[in-house]
Ligand binder design. Structure first.
Ligand code: SAM
Length: 252
């Protein structure tokens, strides 16, 4: 992942987000650290679909600043392990939540075969070129029959205008073929619920404002904002949509 705008978004802004949360207080941490457009309703859908249970080893790949994994630990009692390639994001997740974080690519996860009870991968697949390799790696580390929960930004059709740097959105049909090829049954796929309670969105907005107050003049902040603007236009024109996916491991 070398695209400068992605490094800005996933590394620089990740570290600034942790700094801002530390200034504002712990209650800001989870909403601010859910950076893959996950809302409490989307996370609850994924957790219920995957039937997460207390003590489960939940591997969150492309975990970013760790908000979704921390949410799952606090609401469902799982034991998360985070996998994330960007160094500032790894440090941010560790600082904010004290969760175990492994710095690695999702295509080469340093975990034993069949060791995870569930894998989550939220807002990540569209940033990865070799999606098939990543899904095969999830299949390797999951226990037989275990669940994979995805939040995926899918392309709805043909393109008008620019795509955010470094992103490659699969269509719904391409995603289904990728899952099948990697050894997963697609159990269910829905459009992500749109509502986010104000109690949550106000906290993430406050953190974003605190980050902007300190860093808006920096090129990395402008680049990350630029990515966000392009995403906003693609969602508004319905060229892309956020989907939640529950898939189940099957023998290859
Ligand atoms: C939109 S963020 C989502 C972060 C987190 N999953 C969440 O929902 O808050 C995408 C994350 O995927 C990570 N990522 C990108 N390419 C990756 C790869 N090849 N392997 C693992 N993670 C990757 C990025 O560093 C970034 O933290």
């Amino acid at each position: 992942m070398n695209a400068p705008a992605m490094v800005a978004e996933f590394d620089d802004v990740a570290g600034w987000t942790a700094d801002a949360v530390e200034r504002l207080g712990e209650r800001y941490a989870i909403p601010a650290a859910c950076r893959g457009s996950a809302s409490p309703a989307a996370l609850a859908w994924l957790a219920e679909a995957c039937e997460l249970a207390a003590g489960d080893l939940l591997l969150d790949v492309g975990a970013g600043v760790g908000g979704p994994a921390a949410w799952a630990a606090s609401r469902f009692g799982v034991r998360p392990v985070l996998v994330e390639p960007m160094p500032s994001a790894c440090r941010a997740a560790s600082r904010l939540f004290g969760l175990p974080v492994v710095r690695a690519e999702g295509t080469r996860i340093p975990l034993r075969d069949r060791s995870a009870d569930a894998v989550w991968c939220l807002g990540v697949l569209c940033t990865v070129r070799d999606k098939a390799a990543m899904l095969r790696e999830f299949h390797r580390v999951l226990k037989p029959g275990a669940s994979l929960g995805l939040l995926v930004i899918v392309a709805r059709g043909s393109w008008v205008g620019p795509v955010p740097e470094g992103n490659h959105f699969p269509t719904r049909r391409e995603l289904a073929a990728l899952l099948d090829g990697a050894g997963f049954d697609l159990v269910e796929q829905v459009e992500a619920p749109s509502g986010v309670p104000l109690s949550w969105s106000r906290r993430s907005a406050r953190v974003a404002a605190a980050v902007a107050a300190r860093h808006s003049a920096e090129p990395a902040h402008r680049m990350a904002e630029g990515q966000g603007d392009i995403f906003g236009r693609l969602f508004a024109s319905r060229q892309i949509a956020t989907h939640l996916v529950h898939a189940a491991w099957r023998a290859k």
